[in-house]
Write a protein that binds this ligand. Structure first.
Ligand code: NAD
Length: 364
């Protein structure tokens, strides 16, 4: 099988490349090597057919699709961004890029797609209050300033965080999130109009070797890890009790392989797949999480311990727009595609505490 991995030089894409090569797939990578995410020439496995180019460039995409059976679309501008002036770059890189790619796939008759999505499509996590399952509104500045970090229900009652499932309402709350959800809608439309088959993987908090270290788009795990590398304490915002599902990049890679198999058609996706209505779907979203809930404070603590660095400092600062708790149910991916995460929080954080990060980007 020949696989095209867009963004295959990135943090997650390169882990998928390794996993796909290890199982014997032929791998082509299309990556523009954005200079705001790559601090140097990334290591590309010599077995990869590497094309440096942009997914928005229809000619490059057409030639990259030659002989390809499945596209695994990871290329994107990631993270929260610096400010609203980033919006055109997000929309162009992520949505125009996806549209160009899908149009070229339709033209070339490439009918199988996996697209990298994100938990950010949900907005806040899922909570249970006195009135049942609920989705709280964005938190108010006055509550955050007063250190009241947990969202409350409309009557001021307490809410208990729940695992979020794929059928939860979608509520993207920033430009990046909107572009990730648009990618899913574009994939849905492509599948419907071409007869193709697509899976969207909604990654939760991904961590592991090769994470970027100093870009404005870096996730919290790499910010803590980079602080420790400089000999500084990780600075934990709010009270550190924010709940997340930290999932190892190698588990993300194996989820992509399972999703690639799903795109082959009903019955191809693993145990329990044959004949189920879900597996007949031409587009299917799947959460990808480890299945274990930890707090951001716990992650900082584990990294400090295993890096032998200073203990985390809980600062009480906050970023408007951050969600309080969001944790995944990955039951669908496990039951329909037979995927199982292999890395535990403890061993993953121990490895990550001293694992190499991606080369630093030179600030402009
Ligand atoms: N890292 C996470 O925690 C996380 C969480 C949820 C979803 N995701 C999604 O996973 C995917 C991979 O993210 P990552 O963390 O590996 O990011 P990354 O920045 O490490 O990798 C993205 C790669 O895509 C390339 N790229 C970007 N725009 C491109 C374009 N227009 N044409 C060609 N190449 C382009 C970059 O050069 C880079 O190598 C993205 O789609 C992202 O939205 C990541």
């Amino acid at each position: 099988m020949t696989l095209l991995i867009t963004g295959g030089a990135g943090f997650i894409g390169s882990a998928i490349v390794t996993a796909a090569l290890d199982r014997g797939d032929d791998v082509r990578v299309l990556d523009s090597l954005r200079d705001d995410v790559h601090g140097g020439q990334p290591d590309i496995d010599p077995r990869v057919d590497f094309i440096r180019g942009d997914v928005r460039d229809a000619d490059v995409v057409r030639s990259a699709l030659d002989g390809v059976d499945v596209v695994c679309h990871q290329a994107a501008k990631v993270g929260l961004g610096v400010d609203f002036a980033d919006a055109p770059d997000y929309v162009s890189s992520n949505d125009l890029g996806t549209a160009v790619l899908l149009a070229a796939m339709a033209e070339a008759g490439v009918m199988r797609l996996v697209v990298a999505s994100s938990m950010v499509v949900y907005g806040e996590g899922s909570y249970r209050g006195a009135a049942g399952l609920t989705r709280p509104a964005p938190r108010r500045v006055e509550d955050l300033d007063a250190g009241r970090f947990d969202p409350l229900d409309a009557d001021g009652g307490a809410l208990v965080p729940q695992l979020i499932a794929e059928d939860a309402p979608l509520d993207p709350r920033n430009v990046y999130a909107i572009t990730k959800l648009t990618q899913e809608y574009l994939a849905t439309s492509w599948a419907r109009s071409t007869g193709g088959r697509a899976a969207a993987l909604r990654y939760h908090n991904v961590y592991g070797p090769g994470m970027p270290q100093n870009t404005p788009y870096a996730g919290v795990a790499s910010l803590f890890r980079s602080a420790l590398q400089r000999g500084e304490a990780p600075r934990v915002f709010e009270d550190g009790a924010q709940r997340r599902d930290f999932v190892h990049v190698r588990d993300i890679a194996s989820a992509n392989l399972a999703a690639i198999d799903f795109t082959a058609g009903p019955g191809a996706g693993g145990p329990g797949a044959a004949g189920s209505g879900a597996m007949d779907a031409s587009f299917r979203p799947f959460n990808v999480g480890s299945g274990t809930v930890h707090t951001i404070g716990e992650m900082a603590e584990q990294l400090s311990i295993h890096a032998g660095g200073p203990a985390p400092v809980v600062t009480g600062e906050y970023r408007l727009g951050d969600v309080r708790h969001i944790t995944a149910s990955s039951a669908r991916l496990q039951s329909e595609l037979g995927w199982t995460p292999r890395e535990t929080f403890e061993s993953g954080m121990r490895e990550f505490a001293t694992a190499p990060l991606r080369a630093a980007v030179t600030p402009k």
